[in-house]
Design a protein around this ligand. Structure first.
Ligand code: ADP
Ligand code: MG
Length: 731
């Protein structure tokens, strides 16, 4: 990918957690991970390799060892990103690593301990402190959403119905890129509110899971914050900037054990691997830069992170490592993954005045409500002045007079109520009025009072709506939280400066190191041949070691490829086996015509990555064009054909009796067993008792078909009455 002015690479930082008690007591002592904080390097020791084997070194934007504080990581690596989001950029932080290496610790941490609060709570503080300290001409709208991707399905964690809700769909728009349709988003006005939202989501996440650790290691959690800020520009108009922040806690990167699992578990394992391997493929494709196609569409996760990887966003990846020797392979894989991600180039830009900014809608709605409210109040005030005998002009009313109008309007309502009350009393007390007239006048006054109250109620409702709407917008410089004093502000700034300095120092060190290697030869001048030989031998040794490193690396990568290929093959075999099983059932137990019917109706929806049934009636045929179901014939339960109607008219035959097709009348017709076949065997007819054929019906009287003429001759044996007792009796 070509670098241009506005492009910047994905920042990758690595964090290693301390050895835990179990690892300290069980495994071989010591950590296999060493870190050079000054240079931003991780040195990995292979516990099974001989000491002579060179250690593997990786360089990153920053590294954090076991003693690092949450605050250090935030100030140095996350703070600049959140600042960018507040300025209208898209930002993403994702934690990648094996289960148990500290992804959730880094992202969330321990909420109650200020020292151990992770990236997310610190980001909340940061955002709302920034708003409270910004100028008062800025208006903000902060929204939060929380979702998880589990088995390639997106679940809304803020939906109260989360456990039963349908999986959400991904959509794409040219304005906002890929987004989740119908995702709940909560407007948050303070740190407390946004923390509540987060807690709600965390609880929802835990509810569905039988084992939370297991669940969280298999699902990806995304917390999304949108900060919209409106500020008057130099042109006098209000401009809106929208910053979107994705905080992602990925599923554990370890290989899912697939041996011996089947059915649902197999599918799940395959799907978890799918998302993470798709992420790996996207990173490889982007880092490589040569392959034109980036397989974003391969998984939900990569589609959602599309902008964050190679698009319009600033991205920080935190790769987490465990120091224990038994996880050497996984640690190495994580480091390779992270190392590749460093090469991804993004093109972040400020999102200025996007069409879908919610803040603009809010502002419009607030303005509309305010206008309505003002108009109502103005009307009341005008009426009051008519009562008072003054004249008043709406045009002269300015914004600043709003409060006065409100007061006067309230006064008007009060006065008007009093006046009506007085008039009512006067009517009641008037002895010259007829009782009927009195009643009418009183009724009229009652009605007027009712109207007045209704009017007042409507105004109150409107005011409440207006206030609720307005309260959602945060105004810069207002008391969202207690203003921290100047000293604290200074402290923060100093800390930021220090972080900035450390960062640039490290960058310089890294640059120097790489330049040193390149220019070693150029700078060297040799005084004697001997010296030259020595220097060159040294260099040769260095290069040889490097070569060995690279060779080992190639070998490792090859091995890794082989393993992952074998795993893929294994998955494929298992899935093929499952497929064969399903085929067997379909081919042997589902009638072919049913199968064809179903197959013809199925279509694949690439958006949702699922097979779907086409509706029986194509959508374009409107309901009006649909064939109408024939109405029931009057007096009959079911629709009835013309033919049957004629048949009924011709003579009531049981077959066409809609209501009761049982024929209960005694059949008095004499037995008509004179079929041609039978006549050929008269003895059978005459002595029915000798007939022992099992196929003959015995003791069963079957009614004749209605179209059968009474004397007709039939070849059907089943229509022959052989031993009908009723018929015999009649004879
Ligand atoms: P993951 O989310 O990657 O599966 P967790 O964040 O749940 O891992 O971390 C596993 C355990 O390690 C937790 O008990 C956590 O407190 C601890 N831990 C992780 N990182 C650190 C760290 N940097 N310092 C101290 N403890 C840590
Ligand atoms: Mg976790």
């Amino acid at each position: 990918m070509s670098k241009n002015k506005s492009s910047e690479s994905v920042k990758v930082v690595v964090r290693c957690r301390p050895l835990n008690r179990r690892e300290e007591s069980s495994g071989p002592a010591g950590s296999i991970v060493q870190m050079d904080l000054r240079l931003g390097q991780v040195i990995l020791r292979n516990p099974r390799a001989p000491l002579s084997e060179p250690q593997k070194t990786f360089t990153f934007d920053a590294v954090y060892d076991a003693s690092s504080k949450q605050r250090d990581l935030y100030d140095e690596s996350v703070r600049p990103l959140i600042d960018s989001v507040l300025a209208g950029f898209n930002g993403t932080i994702f934690a990648y690593g094996q289960t148990g290496t500290g992804k959730t610790y880094t992202m969330q941490g321990a909420w109650l301990d200020p020292e151990k609060r992770g990236v997310i709570p610190n980001a909340f503080d940061h955002v709302f402190t920034h708003i409270s300290r910004s100028q008062s001409d800025k208006q903000y709208l902060v929204r939060a959403s929380y979702l998880e991707i589990y088995r390639e399905e997106i679940r809304d964690l803020l939906d109260p119905n989360h456990a039963n809700a349908r999986a959400l769909e991904l959509r794409e728009s040219p304005e906002t890129g890929v987004y989740v349709r119908d995702l709940t988003s909560c407007v948050c006005k303070s740190i407390k509110e946004i923390e509540e939202v987060m807690n709600m989501g965390n609880q929802a996440r835990a509810v569905g899971a039988t084992d939370m650790n297991e669940h969280s290691s298999r699902s990806h959690a995304l917390f999304l914050i949108t900060v919209e800020c409106s500020q008057p520009g130099p042109d006098g108009r209000k401009h809106i900037r929208v910053g979107r922040l994705n905080l992602v806690d990925l599923a554990g990167s370890e290989r899912q054990a697939k041996t011996g699992i089947q059915g649902e578990r197999l599918k799940e394992a395959a799907k978890i691997n799918l998302s993470l391997s798709a992420l790996g493929n996207v990173i490889s494709a982007l880092a490589d830069g040569r392959s034109g196609h980036v397989p974003y569409r391969d998984s939900k996760l990569t589609r959602l992170l599309q902008d964050s990887l190679g698009g319009n966003a600033k991205t920080v990846m935190v790769a987490t490592l465990g120091p224990a020797s038994q996880h050497y392979e996984e640690t190495l894989t994580t480091l390779r993954y992270a190392n590749r991600a460093k090469n991804i180039q993004n093109q972040p830009r400020v999102n200025e005045d996007p069409k879908d900014a919610l803040l603009r809608e809010f502002q419009r709605e607030i303005a509309r409500l305010r206008a309505q409210l003002n108009h109502r109040k103005w009307r009341s005030k005008q009426k009051k002045e008519q009562v008072d005998g003054e004249s008043w002009d709406e045009e002269t009313e300015g914004e600043e007079e709003g409060a006065e109008v409100e007061k006067e309007a309230e006064e008007y309502v009060k006065l008007e109520e009093q006046r009506l009350e007085r008039e009512k009393e006067a009517i009641k007390g008037d002895r010259f009025l007829l009782a009927e007239e009195k009643q009418r006048l009183l009724g009229e006054k009652e009605r007027m009072m009712g109207d007045l109250r209704k009017e007042q109620e409507a105004t109150e409702q409107l005011t409440a709506k207006y206030k609720a709407m307005e309260s959602k917008l945060l105004v810069g410089g207002k008391n969202i939280m207690d203003h921290t004093n100047e000293q604290q502000k200074m402290l923060e700034m100093k800390r930021q400066e220090i972080a900035e300095q450390t960062r640039s120092e490290r960058e310089m060190q890294q640059q120097m190191l790489s330049q040193d290697e390149e220019t070693l030869e150029l700078r060297e001048t040799f005084t004697s041949l001997q010296q030259e030989v020595e220097a060159k031998t040294k260099k040769l040794k260095k290069l040889y070691a490097k070569l060995q490193c690279i060779k080992a690396e190639i070998q490792d990568v090859n091995n890794e490829h082989v393993t992952s290929r074998q795993e893929l093959e294994q998955t494929q075999n298992e899935l093929t086996r499952e497929l064969k099983f399903k085929y067997l059932i379909i081919e042997n137990f589902i009638p072919p015509e049913e199968k064809n019917k179903i197959m013809n109706r199925l279509t694949f929806d690439p958006e949702e990555d699922q097979w779907k049934f086409q509706p029986l009636v194509p959508a374009e045929i409107k309901s009006s064009q649909m064939k109408k179901r024939p109405t029931s014939a009057v007096g009959y339960k079911r629709p009835i054909s013309q033919y049957a109607r004629v048949a009924i008219a011709m003579g009531a035959h049981s077959r066409y009796r809609a209501e009761n097709i049982m024929f209960l009348e005694l059949d008095m017709t004499p037995p008509m067993a004179t079929s041609l076949d039978r006549s050929a065997e008269p003895e059978l007819h005459q002595s029915p008792s000798t007939d022992d054929s099992p196929t003959k019906d015995r003791g069963v009287h079957k009614s004749r078909s209605w179209c059968q003429m009474p004397k007709s001759v039939t070849s059907s044996a089943s229509n022959v009455s052989l031993t009908c007792p009723a018929a015999t009796a009649a004879q």
